[in-house]
Design a protein around this ligand. Structure first.
Ligand code: GLA
Length: 736
């Protein structure tokens, strides 16, 4: 038996190259490991690379090679289904990860192992690169696996390089191709629409292919997001079961295929949606695919999501470990109907409420076609002189005088046909020249594949910041999808129109890159008439996102719950509004589960409501570190109970904040019995204190109640939520 295990350390400027792979019976075995998990690649006799193992990390790496015989599925009649990047047009009979048309028109591709290397980026991060080549055509594919050891997260992408003399076309170009062995697989995916985002659906995967996809152009989600949970063997719960949480970092069309193979094992292929997106690569050109990010836990969905949160806060979301600004937004308070006087009054209201910032929403711009509704003015980013005769600079100063920061809404990628921008640059607009225009919210999308449009969009932000250096916040909206996908720019520069969907998103990232190079810190909210645009590529540039235009708190309990599996709550913007029938306390407590904001008319609050809101902002400031940086434990799922209950615990387990929200109003409902807490230190003793009581109400919790973590995590505690106490917020503090 030949079994060489080598570890070479070659220091270099940026990274250390290490080799932790080994050759076993002439086959190369490449373990890609995190602290708890491993994905193992292995070559076969034809130099094809397959996935031989995925799951809990083995104690002895050399035993990965022994897995092969048991689980590797390779037979001549059904093809090789465990390929690490399945090509098309040669031996493969399954869904491919890549399909190429060569310069000579040939459509076959074979990918053989060439080399691999593992670079230690730092103590926690490692990058494994596997190079594959077609022996007959000069096409090269590199697979990248970036592992975050402590967080148990893998970020995977690929690059495809054309070394042929002529142009090749990529018909499909996935980011990741995975293979899972298990007795059964349950997929939780999501569907929805505007104001109804993130409805989960769990399906047992049976024979055939289930695909999640979108073709919206400017965003991934509206009907379904590129995020899912996959349970192995049986349905995972919060605390038990093997579960993979996956999400694609791409703000446009995506496709994720789940294919059950002839052995009842599962193939997952995730990437940009190839639909209407054949991508040409000229000689020497390379395409980098977006990151597919995943984490695996054999202790249930709770642990998997905490893995993802820790990774996202530390490595991905802009200022993910920082703080956030509470704010007062004027959208639902004024819609398009405001002037300087009204706004300055609102600044004073913001100050009285105690929030950090006032956010001026839509309607502040355009003159020839004033933005007094959503049917005109979009694209004309000059202050409307009637509403704001003294300009934005004046407002920024007035806000500062009132004691709040000032932020502003923009929707820079879009245009109303009724605008000067449209009149001046019809060629900048995505539409079919021979067909009638088709609108989404009365607007069209600008062609971000065009560098001039990129300059224009960047210029909007740059001018705002240059003229108003104290501008403290941006809400970046995106309220339309791409219809009639056609680009005058690509046509004129003789590039394929089918590049538009991909080049749109790349163009957007170029703009965001430039904005962040010059303005690295200003917090920006990612909004898309709801949560459609949240993904981990966009969140490199944004500090937070708007989960839904639906701010009915009852609906929000469900939505925020589901979003929380994939995105940490520091990034969730939750506003208290007038939506829904719930009392103000309920609306506020639900909003506190993420980043608190207000979109109400403060001056219309009665005395008690105002007192309560003011106190809520103060309370939030005391507990926000837990919501932003703590570990989230889900205690009672609102879909399985008459209430939702969840808890945030700080790193050293000395403090926690615990929210319980009734989601049923049927006669006699309530928590009834203790809820078992999680994530505490069994040895520590915690004092329980109810927070955020509405003026004039009393807590049902005995003052000075204190219990050990052991007690609270075994017996539990009844927060006494019921129809009179529809939301309960409790703080736990270690008693020394
Ligand atoms: C979208 C956003 C809202 C608001 C409006 C303004 O619908 O989601 O919050 O900003 O646009 O037009």
């Amino acid at each position: 038996m030949q079994n060489r295990l080598s570890a070479r350390w070659i220091p270099s400027f940026l990274a250390t190259i290490i080799t932790t792979s080994f050759v076993y019976a002439q086959q190369t075995v490449i373990p890609i490991e995190t602290e708890q998990n491993a994905l193992v690649l292995q070559t076969d006799g034809s130099k094809r690379v397959g996935i031989s193992y995925f799951g809990t990390r083995l104690q002895q790496a050399n035993e990965y090679a022994l897995v092969t015989k048991e689980s590797r599925q390779n037979d001549e009649n059904s093809g090789i289904s465990n390929s690490a990047y399945t090509p098309s047009g040669t031996w493969n009979l399954f869904e491919p990860a890549i399909r190429v048309t060569h310069a000579d028109g040939n459509t076959s591709l074979e990918l053989q192992y060439q080399s691999h290397q593992t670079q230690k980026v730092d103590d926690n991060v490692t990058l494994t690169t596997v190079v594959l080549k077609d022996p007959a055509y000069a096409v090269e594919v590199s697979l990248y696996y970036k592992t975050y050891r402590k967080e148990n997260v893998v970020e995977q992408w690929s690059t495809i390089r054309n070394n042929e003399k002529g142009t090749i076309t990529l018909n499909k170009y996935a980011s990741a191709n995975l293979y899972f062995v298990g007795q059964s697989f349950h997929l939780t995916h999501y569907h929805g629409s505007w104001a109804h985002e993130m409805n989960p659906e769990t399906t047992e995967l049976k024979a055939g292919i289930l695909s999640l996809d979108s073709k919206l152009g400017t965003r991934a989600n509206l009907f379904q997001p590129p995020s899912f949970m996959l349970s192995f063997d049986q349905k995972a719960t919060e605390e038990t079961g093997k579960v993979l949480l996956g999400t694609l970092g791409w703000s446009g069309n995506f496709k994720i295929d789940f294919e059950t193979d002839t052995y009842n094992n599962l193939r997952v292929i995730a990437g940009i949606n190839p639909h209407a997106s054949e991508y040409p690569l000229t000689s020497g050109q390379e395409l980098k695919t977006p990151s597919f990010i995943y984490t695996f836990s054999d202790h249930g969905k709770g642990e998997a999501s905490r893995n993802m949160h820790r990774w996202a806060r530390k490595y991905r979301i802009l200022d993910g470990e920082g703080s956030r600004l509470t704010l007062l937004n004027n959208w639902e308070a004024t819609y398009f109907d405001f002037d300087e006087q009204k706004l300055t009054g609102l600044f004073a209201d913001g100050k009285k409420l105690g929030v950090d910032l006032f956010l001026l929403d839509d309607g502040w711009f355009a003159n020839k076609y004033p933005r007094n509704g959503d049917n005109a003015g979009l694209g004309d980013w000059k202050e409307n002189v009637k509403k704001l005769p003294h300009g934005l600079g004046y407002l920024v100063k007035e806000a500062q005088k009132a004691g709040v920061k000032f932020g502003i809404w923009v929707e820079p990628e879009m245009v109303n046909p009724k605008s000067e921008l449209y009149e001046k640059h019809p060629d900048w607009v995505i539409k079919q020249p021979e067909r009638p225009e088709h609108y989404f919210r009365n607007q069209l999308v600008l062609d971000l594949s065009n560098p001039k449009v990129q300059d224009f969009v960047y210029g909007i932000l740059d001018e705002l910041f240059t003229k108003n250096p104290d501008l403290a916040f941006i809400k970046w909206d995106c309220n339309a999808v791409i219809y009639n996908a056609h680009s005058e720019y690509l046509k004129n520069s003789k590039q394929a129109d089918s590049k538009l969907y991909v080049d749109y998103v790349k163009g957007l990232y170029k703009v965001l890159e430039r904005v962040r190079a010059k303005y690295p810190k200003v917090p920006m909210m990612l909004c898309s008439g709801g949560g459609g645009r949240v993904d981990y590529e966009a969140l490199k540039y944004f500090t937070e996102f708007w989960p839904s235009d639906n701010t009915d708190p009852l609906e929000r309990v469900f939505m925020q719950w589901e979003y929380s599996y994939f995105f940490p709550t520091i990034a969730h913007c939750n506003h208290v509004t007038d939506w829904g029938k719930q009392p103000l306390k309920y609306r506020t407590d639900v909003a506190m589960m993420g980043k608190l904001g207000y979109d109400i008319v403060v001056s219309k609050l009665d005395e008690k409501d105002f007192e309560f809101s003011k106190q809520s902002v103060e309370t939030y400031k005391k507990i926000s570190d837990l919501v932003w940086h703590g570990d989230l434990y889900r205690l009672a799922n609102p879909r399985e109970n008459e209430y939702a209950s969840l808890q945030f615990v700080n790193e050293n387990k000395s403090r926690s904040v615990w929210f319980t929200y009734m989601v049923s109003s049927r006669y006699g409902v309530g928590t009834g019995r203790p809820i078992v807490l999680k994530g505490l230190d069994p040895k520590k003793k915690y004092a329980l204190k109810e927070l955020n009581l509405y003026p004039g109400t009393k807590s049902s919790i005995t003052p000075d109640a204190a219990y050990t973590g052991d007690f609270l995590m075994s017996v539990g505690f009844n927060p006494a939520a019921n129809l009179k106490r529809t939301s309960v917020m409790i703080e736990l503090t270690e008693v020394k």
